[in-house]
Design a protein around this ligand. Sequence first.
Ligand SMILES: [Cu+2]
Length: 470
Amino acid sequence: MVSRRDFFLGASAITAAVATSAVSRVSLAGIPEAVSQSSADTMPPLQPQSGRPYNPVVTLNGWTLPWRMNNGVKEFHLVAEPVVRELAPGYKAHLWGYNGQSPGPTIEVVEGDRVRIFVTNKLPEHTSIHWHGQRLPNGMDGVSGLTQPAIPVGKTFVYEFEARRPGTFMYHPHADEMTQMAMGMMGFWVTHPKGHHPLISEVDRDFCFLLNAYDIDPGAHTPKIMTMLDFNLWTFNSRIFPGIDPLVVRHNDKVRIRVGNLTMTNHPIHLHGHEFEVTGTDGGPTPVGSRWPEVTTDIAVGQMRQVEFLADEEGDWAFHCHKSHHTMNAMGHDVPTLIGVDHRGMTRKIAKIIPDYMVMGERGMADMAEMQMPLPANTAPMMTGDGPFGSVEMGGMFSMLKVRKDQPAGDYRDPGWYKHPAGTVAHEWTGELAKPARSSEAGGQSMPLKQPLSEPVEVQVRKPSGHDGH
Ligand SMILES: [Cu+2]
């Protein structure tokens, strides 16, 4: 969570960065200063100091890269480099990213802007940047070997093009892509419309983040880059719940959320309490006639979706990937389902040899969240996050939309937990319970078996061994 103090520190850090990048005309011939960010907190929107006006986005647990104007060209400086990213408070990963963070900073420009991006390679191997979704000259597309030579270690390349199409974009390497994306190299790009656009509505709050995933062994710091499907850390902008900041809005705000997927699998992103419409994809704003209300939108690999809704229900609303394994943190994979298995005798025997031994999941996995289990150093507990009513039992790709009547316009500070009006929270029923009414003919509607079983069969659900892909 962003504390009030951190929020203002963040704001002043960005202001200082903008001030120092406003350099004299003499040095405009040189390369713009590379602004770096050391915090993983959500930074307040970067109000444009130069160029055409626009309504800036808020990058969840991220920030926007300041620029300088040089003879009408917007100049940015990205530095590809190893970074230490805090995935959750106190839990750090050694990733690769841009300008001190993974993902890199969000780049915000306006339709029609001439954009020049300097890319300095401080990685131990060559790289390039592909500007995913953009209309641009072929030689600026960033595919190493195909449209340009890779940027060698220690060198700086320049990309330059006009941001022709307004919309939601991403950037990522197109050189040793498997390694570099598994290590966290990616960033968000938003091109705002230059004026009123018939398909792009003005909103009060505009959030963006990337979906990414890592495979980091408990106790380790560096992702395993050969992993294709069996990731153990599912992240919004390289953060896991409860390290992901809430999306804080004012009651009746019009809200847009832009999400890009750079993992190896699809993510059905689900919002509680409201219906949204998909108003844009990688290809641009969607025609109004193609929009329908939804509460979950599936985002395939390499896709972007922007959704919009009116935040007209107060409360703390869950916002998460609907794949249940993606709302969990690092865990081992050889865990059988033990629901209904009584192994208390066995546990006692093993505990004599291994004092910390505990069998998982006799009554489901919820015990895990309640219990303080001994974990190797630098490991995220698999389910964490305490809410006002106990453990939320979530990790990974989970956050909250916090809708408040008294949230000031433009204020993104966490307002704390929602105070439910009296009588509006689910509670225990202590009155009489009626006997359940059951049908007297169980299975009376099913077709008769061709070969009747000699004895009734009962099965137990068990997670198959060797599974992957979640
Ligand atoms: Cu998911």
